[in-house]
Design a protein around this ligand. Sequence first.
Ligand code: PLP
Length: 456
Amino acid sequence: MFPNPQALSQAALDHYVHSNTDLDKHRQTGSMLMVEGDGVRVKDAQGRSYIEGVAALWCAGLGFNEPRLADAAARQMRRLSYYHNFAAKSADVPVALAERLAEMAPGDLNRVMFATSGSEANDTAVKLAWYYHNALGQPAKKKIIARRQAYHGVTVASGSMTQLAAINGGFDLPIDRFIHTDCPHYWRFAEPGESEADYATRLADSLERLILAEGPETIAAMIAEPMMGVGGVLFPPETYFPKIQSVLHKYDILLIADEVICGFGRLGTMFGSTYFGVTPDIMTLGKQITSAAFPLSAILMTDRVFDVIAAESGRRGTFGHGYTYAGHPVGAAVAMEVLDIYQERDILSHVRRMGRVLHDRLAALADHPLVGEVRGDGLVAAVQLVDDKAARCFFDPAQGVAKGVAAHLQENGVILRVLSNDSIAIAPPLIIGEHDLTLLLDRLESSLNWAARNLG
Ligand code: PLP
């Protein structure tokens, strides 16, 4: 394709527009271009190999070159490479996948729609909430509540639920109808002496005040990740979800669980909702559903929500929503194979075992002078860097301390992700073994030691 790595780099400089990148700076720094995968590792055009410590975008659960996925995709492409799902038609495999997801999902999330990305899935969930309330003769119920620091994607609706300066700024987001409540981070926002349960009560009270101030008759749904990923790997305080759900029930507000990161084992349970005992009305899935080997996402809804929507579509003559690539048979075939592999390899037990290795080691790192908090469970964690451990004070962002640690790590063959407020996320492919995980953690510790000597 390219005669040499230089030609590839030049083509990227001349033509390629990256996502979530300082595009001006990119003119000087250029791109990092991956050309091969090998289990949990990726190799760049210069031949350097890296452990992908965040499974790329928290998504490549089975790593970067699982041959069974290639075979599943090729088999399906030979059999039926595409069919749409409009007008009561569909390929067969997406139907099998829908049945399987309904069986796996908690509660009676029995009805499944497909899309191709997490953003689209969340957009669709918003449209479902609007359609549902319109059908029930509650057309004023339009506002969607998300949480500060949340990430739900970047389309106009999902980017309005996301509340991060880098995603909203310059794009005129959030648009009207999208409002935000508290970000649940006990370490950062609880008051001195406040228990987790009391903090959760305070958050539920604050949500209720927001609903009353806006008018309950104007609120359609609340969206929440069970564990906030991009927002900082934030696990809510104990009793949070039951308390939040009881407020939502009181005012007839739907709960949308965004499982795009939590879904398929990240926390050591199949879904984050199972982990926290959440019973959502709508659930969105993406990323690890295909181990990111094919773009596919899903929206699950309860029978109750579906029945209202189905009756309304009967009145209107159609349910006027859908994407060309929704329920793509190749994506569905890849997802079926991924789910088989998760099952055969008992991926949940593996994640819990590796999770103990990860969190035992991180617990020891909590004493490091740069580390304010380590958090997580299963195969997801964040290391929170702080300027002042006792005062829990962040570094001035201009110092770029976490970015410095990540850059040093990258030079040493490990890719991790910097989140806002100088926290560093760890979320390796679910298949990572103890040897590679230990290597990743050794290198993280070395980079933190290097940073303590050279940065901050
Ligand atoms: N929801 C969550 C929780 C995510 O973390 C992401 C992406 O990171 C999205 C939604 C958006 O998914 P996509 O990038 O596939 O649109």
